[in-house]
Design a protein around this ligand. Sequence first.
Ligand code: ZN
Ligand code: ZN
Ligand code: ZN
Length: 474
Amino acid sequence: MKLKKCVLSFTLVLALLFSSIVPGFALEMDENAVVTPASVLEIINNYSTNPDTVYTVVAQKQLQGFGNETYTYYKLSPDGYAILLDSTNSLMEACYDADLYPACGEYTNSALYYGGPDVLCTLTNGQFTDVVSNHIYTADEISGIQEKQLEVETAAVENAELSSSSGSVASPTVVTPPIEFEEDRFASVEYSYFRNMYNYGYNTSATCVVIAASILLGYYDNYVSESYVATSYEQGNGTSEAFHQYLCGYVYGVSTPGGIALGNAAVGLNHYLADRQLAKKFVTYSGSGIYADMIDLIEYGVPFVGCISMSNGADTNHAVVVYAVSYNTGEAASNAVFTCHMGWDHEAPADPTEVPTSARLISATWFYNYAIIEDSTDTHAYTSWSYYNGTYHRRQCTSCGYYRYVEHIVTQWEDLNDAYHSGSCRTCNHTFTQTHESCWDDDLDVCTACGHSGSYTSTITNSTSPVIYMVCLY
Ligand SMILES: [Zn+2]
Ligand SMILES: [Zn+2]
Ligand SMILES: [Zn+2]
């Protein structure tokens, strides 16, 4: 399920990019029926990541929730969207650079159900079907969505009641400094760096946690210490796809990359940091109090990886980098809205005056955990490398048991006979035997690995010694 969500998100971006270049695409929602209140437009413009642009609503559609409330989806001009909780006008999520649900136009007449960031479905014959991925949500998934959404709604409604009651208290009081003002705050960390960042690798296999870590490590490499990322993995002012793949090696080992919980990914990420000789580690926090802590982190200048869930069990989730926050100092932290890098938009904008569309605003309550890079007192020490299988050697951390897997590298092959050459892995010393045939250059009649020339003996039949095939290295 984790895997599905991240793949879904990537598909969504493709759909989004596609829709934006299709002329004549139009969202025919309640265009005539509803006039958007000025207060909604004010809220939408207040949160905008493009403050020089005045946003208007060109279409809107009410969305059903899975809890007790309804929501409205506002399609914005010149671009983007916002989703607000109707009873409080609390901003649930928004993007000011790209529309989120290009498929909405097809659902003018159907009820749409909103379950949080990236969950929008139709209901047909008792089945909730995602309008973007066509995923059919199970009953368990729906109850998870509902549980989380009720929590979000309760916080929003309580916050709205609190702010309206405090507004009606007008008794004059004498205060002595220091005075704590109720104040709307916007805080960010290297805002334009993150806002314009598209160098961090490709999220094509639900590796959103690793992508987010790549973005964060790229930031640390730029602003904190150059030891966070080797120069060979730097790209632009961020990091390359090769770095993303390299980090995947730490996080997934010999498993297939895919959705992974933040805390589980941190084990591999922390060995990466240890291997970089950095006394640092990713530490994951969850539970009550995270919203206030998340605000403080941004105020203190610490960006972090946050996970948005659609349920408290977090079966599906998306990891993002959080780098800015809008909140009011007199209100509950759950009322805050964070600016996030979604990790999807890995190409430079076609128009160089444009910014990438990876910035999205997300209400605090959709988050369920986050991880920051902290000082570490852990001592990770490895055993020496040993052969694991035909592809990998590995070594183990003697302190926590983590296995680091790296592919064998044979740099020198020795001509054995007419059929084979052999060579040893430079790291684990395991000897591999390979056929000339697998590395044969038919034009030059030479083995590109060991230099055996003229002809070779084919070993397809009656091979008596085990042959491990490897990528030719020459
Ligand atoms: Zn360890
Ligand atoms: Zn090896
Ligand atoms: Zn050879």
